[in-house]
Design a protein around this ligand. Structure first.
Ligand SMILES: Nc1ncnc2c1ncn2[C@@H]1O[C@H](COP(=O)(O)OP(=O)(O)O)[C@@H](O)[C@H]1O
Ligand SMILES: [Mg+2]
Length: 204
């Protein structure tokens, strides 16, 4: 039986990494083989592209094309084989992030991104997308507390992240079957209760 594809989304600092391994643990406890991965990245080439994407200034279209180049590789080498083998794939970001960051944040025409999406993975969407939704001020506060050196995206201002967030919210409204909004302003424990309920519907 084909596995399910779950993606985690949200502005930087919203809590994706905090919950990723916990979700994987819950799925494993329910007897699912799981593969945890991330974008950009997830393959040797993808991780090289990630380094460039997070550090090198580049044209917005170059950035978008590299995101999809890494994604193409990720699908081919990790996501599709794992799903076919019955594993559940849990990815820290996927194409919704390109709509939110390159589209919302940087202003690339969303139709362009849709064209690339159709090119690279027509007919494939995540079975479930968890959008960790948080005010951009609180997300910035959490990033400051975490105090890791900010990458090229994390260095953006609050207006940028407000545009990113608004695209996530718009997509959640447009694809209510696939995308679940998680109020990430709550405690980790309360968030996990919500995640538990959502996962239970899917498999537990
Ligand atoms: N519910 C929460 N309440 C308070 N702080 C949190 C919460 N969730 C995560 N954090 C902290 O916020 C920071 C960013 O979280 P992280 O999971 O790395 O976000 P992301 O992966 O979405 O960028 C981390 O230092 C993390 O410990
Ligand atoms: Mg993270």
């Amino acid at each position: 039986m084909r596995g399910k594809f779950i993606t985690l989304e949200g502005v930087d600092g919203a809590g994706k990494s905090t919950h990723l391994d916990w979700i994987a643990g819950r799925l494993q406890a329910a007897g699912k083989k799981t593969v945890v991965t991330r974008e950009p990245g997830g393959t040797p080439l993808g991780e090289e592209l990630r380094k460039l994407l997070l550090a090198q200034p580049m044209h917005l279209e170059t950035e978008t094309l590299l995101m999809f180049a890494a994604r193409r590789e990720h699908l081919e080498r990790v996501i599709l084989p794992a799903l076919a083998a019955g594993s559940w794939v849990l990815s820290d970001r996927f194409t919704d992030a390109t709509f939110a960051y390159q589209g919302g944040g940087r202003g690339l025409d969303l139709g362009r991104i849709e064209s690339l999406e159709n090119w690279v993975h027509q007919g494939l969407q995540p079975d479930l997308t968890l959008v960790f939704d948080l005010s951009v001020e609180e997300a910035e506060r959490r990033r400051t507390v975490a105090a890791t050196a900010p990458d090229r995206f994390e260095q953006e201002n609050l207006e940028f992240f407000a545009r990113v967030r608004s695209v996530y919210l718009a997509r959640a409204a447009r694809y209510p079957q696939r995308i679940r909004l998680i109020d990430a302003g709550r405690s980790v424990i309360d968030i996990r209760k919500s995640l538990e309920e959502i996962l239970a519907i899917l498999c537990l």
